[in-house]
Design a binder for this molecule. Sequence first.
Ligand code: IPD
Ligand code: CA
Length: 272
Amino acid sequence: MPDLMVLAAARDVAVEAALDAGRLIRFEAGRLDLAQVRSKGIHDLVTEIDERSQAIILEKILARFPDHSILAEESDQDTAGASPDWRWIIDPIDGTTNFTHGVPPYAVSIGLQYKARSVVGVVYDVSRDELFTAVAGQGAWMNGRRLRVSEADRLEDCLLTTGFPYRSFGHADTYLAVLKEFFQRAQGVRRPGSASVDLAWVAAGRFDGFFEIGLSPWDVAAGVLLVEEAGGRVSDFGAGLDPVTGGQVIASNGRIHESMASIVAPLRHMSA
Ligand code: IPD
Ligand code: CA
């Protein structure tokens, strides 16, 4: 594990970058020209603000850590020659569809991995001005308050969150059967529209559990560390995939994890 001072410095840079990008996103939120919204693929939107937000974040991070490699949603950053040990995983707006409609939440998500292990996670929910941070081994925090996952241990007492499939629909019927099971067994199921915020809210104990399939590393890299550092548990659906890169995530307070895993099991061999 890298030195704590190095990790704290990396967290501070990530926080600065997220707040700077957040200022831009907030300023532009009410002024968005819908004609400027482009589609990268089916139901996959990008705005000029995503790109400008990413430029702000990359500039800040690379000024301080020029030899770190980068995986960012809106670019193929050339990281040839960069250290393979350190990798920043960045989503400049997580919840772009919400953002384009003026619907909260939408967030900036910045994760840092060392040798493929998450060591720093920062999620800034711009729409609520809530800053979530975690450093491996040092807990998870929101606006200076320590976070702890919920204690509910029966699904019927739990509020769950998910993301609906929106890009690829090969597993839509299986997904709907899984969702139906959750509808029937949990207290409620929500779909806020930003995976990083879903994870941050599991860390904060607002939601008891989250599951989604078809995710990209930048949607979850920061959030999974928040959940783990708040005492929760993160896994794939049971296929032995890495939850950050494998495209499927269950994140929970730990107590309901096995129940959630058994319900999502029919989706475990699908990842997109
Ligand atoms: C999306 C959001 C959404 C989730 C999608 C993500 P984007 O990220 O996190 O909640 O359901 O899977 O792709 O595209 O807005 O950055
Ligand atoms: Ca995004």
